[in-house]
Design a protein around this ligand. Structure first.
Ligand SMILES: NC(=O)c1ccc[n+]([C@@H]2O[C@H](COP(=O)([O-])OP(=O)(O)OC[C@H]3O[C@@H](n4cnc5c(N)ncnc54)[C@H](OP(=O)(O)O)[C@@H]3O)[C@@H](O)[C@H]2O)c1
Length: 277
């Protein structure tokens, strides 16, 4: 099987690592139709995975001031891939985001059929727009959320919340990457299409993760909580906090471990990675 990954960033490289030699990464501009067509002709992939997009650096606030770049990469780019992959008859996968909701839907979690209800950041709006458009077509859409990884790094939720001065603590769905990658490959193997919530079962608060971090990684670690209102005073864009339902994905046989079990396992590995550095 030949996989072509667009987007030479964090998630693109995680897919490459998980798949191995059968995968290659392309850094061409996904909004450039001719460049994408040439890559598809050159590589002749069985599966395309789109991991290209603007997420904002150092964070999503960047997207508020760079709307054209953001909409070009997050909305126009996926539409170019849709056209090019459809013309070439290639199955393709789009990495979307679960950050299109706010709340926990009265305890049920938001399902894939629930319309997005979080519009507080330009980034989230572009992810909701592209998702809604692609939903009309046979594309597999993976809703990733707050990636959790055993390697320390600026995009890893564990590293983020252990280095912030203060954190907000409300229930959230998160994607433990090990589980996310495994479940994504199961869905790709079945040639699944449509939207899937790719988060571990259950919501977890940041304070719970940090308490586990103190227990497993660093007994001297301390943290401070602040409210959503206080956070709003120091960020330009709103932040989505939400819990998603995983019923559809679990029903499709693409399992992810319960969030607390997976988090403990990753924290043990995270500690080992810190030692090795
Ligand atoms: N990491 C998260 O927390 C998270 C959560 C949910 C969903 N996602 C989604 O997952 C996808 C991958 O995110 P990531 O975390 O891997 O972000 P990342 O590390 O910033 O990687 C994205 C890569 O895409 C590139 N890119 C941007 N616009 C492009 C374009 N038009 N054509 C080709 N490449 C382009 C970026 O290059 P530049 O750096 O030069 O822009 C970067 O190398 C995104 O769609 C994101 O919305 C991420």
């Amino acid at each position: 099987m030949n996989y072509l990954i667009f987007g030479n960033g964090y998630i693109g490289n995680k897919f490459k690592q998980a798949i191995g030699e059968e995968a290659s990464i392309s850094g061409v501009d996904i909004s450039d139709y001719q460049a994408v067509r040439s890559e598809l002709a050159r590589v002749a992939p069985d599966v395309v995975i789109n991991c290209a997009g603007k997420t904002g650096k150092p964070n999503v606030d960047w997207c508020e001031d760079h709307k054209e770049e953001t909409i070009t990469s997050n909305v126009a780019g996926p539409l170019v891939l849709l056209r090019a992959c459809s013309q070439a008859g290639i199955y393709w996968v789009h990495v979307g985001s679960g950050c299109v909701y706010t709340g926990d839907n009265g305890g049920l979690g938001y399902g894939e059929d629930d319309p997005p209800n979080f519009f507080g950041s330009f980034y989230s709006r572009t992810k909701a727009w592209s998702e809604t458009m692609l939903e009309e077509f046979p594309v597999l859409q993976l809703r990733l959320r707050m990636p959790v990884d055993d390697m320390p790094g600026p995009r890893n939720l564990i590293t983020k919340i252990t280095t912030y001065k203060k954190i907000v603590s409300v229930p959230n769905s998160v994607s433990v990457l090990e589980d996310f990658l495994r479940a994504s490959l199961v869905l790709m193997g079945k040639r699944a299409t449509g939207i899937f919530n790719m988060t571990n079962p259950g919501g977890i608060e940041h304070r719970e993760i940090l308490d586990m971090y103190r227990e497993i990684v660093d007994p001297s670690f301390t943290y401070e909580i602040f409210s959503l209102e206080e956070l709003g005073n120091v960020t330009k864009a709103g932040r989505s906090n939400c819990v998603l339902s995983v019923e559809k994905r679990e029903g499709a046989g693409a399992h992810m471990r319960p969030v607390r079990e997976a988090m403990r396992d990753i924290l043990v590995k995270y500690k080992e990675s810190m030692r090795a550095e």
